[in-house]
Ligand binder design. Sequence first.
Ligand SMILES: Nc1ncnc2c1ncn2[C@@H]1O[C@H](COP(=O)(O)OP(=O)(O)OP(=O)(O)O)[C@@H](O)[C@H]1O
Ligand SMILES: [Mg+2]
Length: 365
Amino acid sequence: MATLELINLSKRYGKKVWGAKDVNLKVNDGEFIVFLGPSGCGKTTTLRMIAGLEEVTEGKVIIDGKDVTYLEPRRREVSMVFQSYAVWPHMTVYDNIAFPLKLRKMSENEIDKVVKEVAEMVKIEELLNRFPSQLSGGQRQRVALARALAVKPKIFLMDEPLSNLDAKLRVKMRTELKAIHNRTGATTIFVTHDQSEAMSMADRIVIMRNGKIEQVGTPDDVYFYSANVFVAGFIGTPPTNFFEMDIVRENGKIHLKNEHIDIKASDKVQKVLENYNKDKIIVGIRPENLLITKDGENVIFREKILVVEPQGSHQVIAVELGEQIVKIVAPAFPKYFKDEIINVTLDQERLMLFDIDTEKRLEGI
Ligand SMILES: Nc1ncnc2c1ncn2[C@@H]1O[C@H](COP(=O)(O)OP(=O)(O)OP(=O)(O)O)[C@@H](O)[C@H]1O
Ligand SMILES: [Mg+2]
C-alpha cells in the first residue's frame, strides 16, 4: 500500500503534442482513483508514466514519498492491467499467475499459496489448468487481474480493463473489482471513458481533457459541483442542458432570459449574480432538475413534447426550444405523450451558473 504524488507531470510526444501537461495529483493510501475523459485526453499516457513505461518530459512521480521518476518499472512495485487481455497464450492459467512470482524467486510453496489466494479472489479457481484459448474474454481478463494482484503491488494501475467485455459482464466485474479493492486495500488508479463506471467505482474521479486535469473530486463533487462547462457536460446522462442567457433586471428582480426561457432568480441565485458583472451567462440545468408542473407557478417555459423515451424506472422527455433539444427526466408516472403541452419549472438549488467567458462555475450555488 502506498501514497502517490504527481507533480507537474508532463509528456510531450515529438515537438508539439502534449500527451499530458502539468498533471498535479495527490493520491491517498488505499484510495480508488478513476481517470475519466474523452479519447486522447491523456489517461493512458499519465498511467504509463506512473508505471515507468513512458519517459517523463517534465515533472515528478513520487511513490510513498520517494521520487521514482527515473526508476525502472519493475522497481516501482506497481502492477498494470491493460485493456487487451495480456495473458501468455502458451502457459496455463496457473503458470500465467505464477510466472512473475518465479522471477522474484519465491519458493514453490509460497507461489502455490499466492496463486490459490488470488484465483479465489477473482473466482477462477476452477480454471487454473486451462490455457487462455480455452477461456472467455471475461475469464481471460480475470487471469490478467489475478496475475497483477499476485505480486502484491504498492499501486495497482488499470487501463480500461473492462472495455472488451459485454455490457452485463462489465457491470458485474465492476462490483467484483470494487470488492477486491475493499479486501486488498491497494491504492488503485483505474482508467475509463465510461462515466457510469467511474461514478460507481471511484473514491475520487480525475476528469481530464487535452492532457490536463479539469477537476478532481468525489462522484458527488463532479456531478453536483462541476467546476466548469466541460465537466458539467461530460458527467451525467442525458447530459446537462446548457443555455446562454441574458441577465435582466425587472422591478428590482433579476431574471435569466433567452428567447424561450424566463427564470426569475431565487434569492440565493440573485445573491450569486450580484458578484458577477457581465450581462450574459451560461446556465446549466440537469435533465432531472427540470420539473413538469400542473400549476402555473415559476414556470420557465411552456412547450409541446417532441419525443418521450420510456426507460422503465423513469421517462426522458424531449422538447425543442428553437434549434435546441432540451431533455427532461421525469418519474415513471404519470405518463406523458408526444404533442402534449407541458409547463416546466426547475429546482433552483441545483442550478449551475458558469462565466460566459471562462466557462468556470460561479461560486455560491
Ligand atoms: N506514442 C505516441 N506518439 C505520439 N503521440 C501520442 C503517442 N501516444 C499518445 N499520443 C497522443 O497523446 C495524447 C494522449 O493520448 P492517450 O493515449 O494518453 O489518451 P487516452 O486518454 O488514453 O485515450 P483513449 O481513451 O483513446 O485510450 C493523444 O493526443 C495521442 O494522440
Ligand atoms: Mg488510453
